[in-house]
Design a protein around this ligand. Structure first.
Ligand SMILES: N[C@@H](CCC(=O)N[C@@H](CS)C(=O)NCC(=O)O)C(=O)O
Length: 232
């Protein structure tokens, strides 16, 4: 059985409150999803800063928890069948919704509608926005061939259009506020960081604009966006 006390992760990031959920993360769009969910659900947790530097995220201590070497990862010392370790932010959101009984839907149909939008974010919005950021803001912007930039901006704009349509007559993506919004909101917010709002035609998507405003107005979102702190 998983034992936090003897797990390599505890050597590098020791738990001060081993009875609480342990979150290993950094305030990126994927990282903050887990912190926002924990805040929204009122679950006690302890956040550890694992930076995106290889020295942290690809360290033997961290890859013993997530062999994929990416944040976020989580340990619940009080899981359903004993301690539970998890990586992949979509799986973490689904687990926390089930544990808390909040934001995951009340019926099977609701649960799967929510999960469908979590998957949409995990497989579409996140990877495409991330690639767009690489080709518009980071190292990829110096590549002369315009096709990668155009490809990812076009796909990001198309995905934004999908959300715009889904929000017709709805405040939140799957009806009530849910883990799907906790997955999607941070990625819409990331357009500010990537400086690509113009490329995706942000202001042509008024429902997305209002949706992000609603999301950002939630106190749990504001706390989650800063957890764990970037520095310190
Ligand atoms: N599908 C994963 C993606 C996680 C991911 O890409 N994490 C990034 C930060 S947003 C990371 O850890 N990057 C460090 C690296 O790739 O070395 C999830 O949603 O948990």
């Amino acid at each position: 059985m998983f034992d936090l006390a003897t797990h390599p992760i505890a050597r590098r990031w020791p738990a001060r409150h081993p009875d609480r959920i342990q979150l290993y993360s950094f305030p990126t769009p994927n990282g903050v999803k887990a912190a926002i969910a924990l805040e929204e659900m009122g679950l006690p947790y302890e956040a550890h800063r694992v930076t995106l530097s290889d020295e942290d995220v690809k360290s033997p201590e961290f890859t013993a928890l997530n062999p994929n070497g990416k944040i976020p990862a989580l340990i619940d010392p009080n899981g359903p069948d004993g301690p539970l370790a998890l990586f992949e932010s979509g799986a973490i959101l689904a687990y926390l919704a089930e544990k808390s009984g909040k934001f995951g839907g009340a019926t099977t149909a609701e649960r799967y509608e929510i999960l469908q939008w979590v998957m949409f974010q995990m497989g579409g919005l996140g990877p495409m926005f991330g690639q767009m950021g690489f080709f518009w803001k980071f190292a990829g912007k110096d590549i002369e061939d315009p096709r990668p930039r155009e490809r990812y901006a076009n796909e990001a704009r198309r995905l934004l259009g999908v959300i715009e349509t889904a929000l017709d007559g709805r405040e939140w993506i799957a009806g009530d506020y849910s883990i799907a919004d906790m997955a999607i909101g941070p990625w819409l917010n990331a357009l500010n960081f990537y400086e690509t709002k113009e490329q995706v035609g942000w202001t042509d998507h008024p429902r997305c604009v209002a949706y992000l405003d609603r999301f950002m107005a939630r106190p749990a979102v504001q706390t989650g966006l800063k957890t764990p702190p970037r520095e310190g």
